[in-house]
Write a protein that binds this ligand. Structure first.
Ligand code: MG
Length: 157
């Protein structure tokens, strides 16, 4: 099954501090967590994150990192394909919930596929799927799913 996901994080060139993560599975299930333990001062001080990410999370309860890791490992079933939009950092943020690269549960794929790559291969310049709440992880995960399906239908070769 395909799983579309997105994370929000604050990074400084050295660390990727996970703030929120959302998954949308192809069977319609969704998981959206505001992750406990990140540096909130840093997130609010960060110009982009403070303005575009944090407003979505005001008042949303947080989930400890170990519980986040557990819920995701349960949500993702064996045989999964992960998809994101420019997901290199997302994949690292996801994997680090479990520790080192070697600690990633075996049923969670070691790579996240990129729909931007799919668009490039299909010679699609811009994916015309609107997103009313960009930088909210759940809205972005849903957008990634919708963009993927648009590309399947329209991406020529
Ligand atoms: Mg996002």
């Amino acid at each position: 099954m395909r799983y579309f996901y997105d994370t929000e994080f604050v990074e400084d060139g050295t660390t990727i501090d996970l703030i929120s993560i959302a998954f949308v599975a192809e069977d319609g299930r969704e998981l959206y967590l505001h992750v406990d333990g990140y540096d909130r001062d840093k997130a609010y001080r960060h110009e982009f994150v403070g303005q575009h990410v944090m407003p979505y999370l005001d008042g949303k309860p947080t989930t400890p990192r170990d519980e986040t890791a557990r819920q995701i490992a349960e949500f993702i079933q064996p045989g999964a394909d992960l998809w994101g939009y420019f997901p290199s950092y997302d994949h690292v943020a996801l994997a680090q919930l479990y520790g080192t690269m070697m600690d990633l549960p075996r049923h969670i794929p070691m790579r996240t596929n990129c729909i931007a790559q799919l668009a490039q291969m299909g010679r699609v310049g811009r994916i015309p799927v609107p997103n009313d709440a960009a930088h909210d992880a759940l809205a972005d995960a849903r957008w990634t799913r919708d963009a993927f399906h648009w590309l399947l239908q329209h991406g020529g070769r």
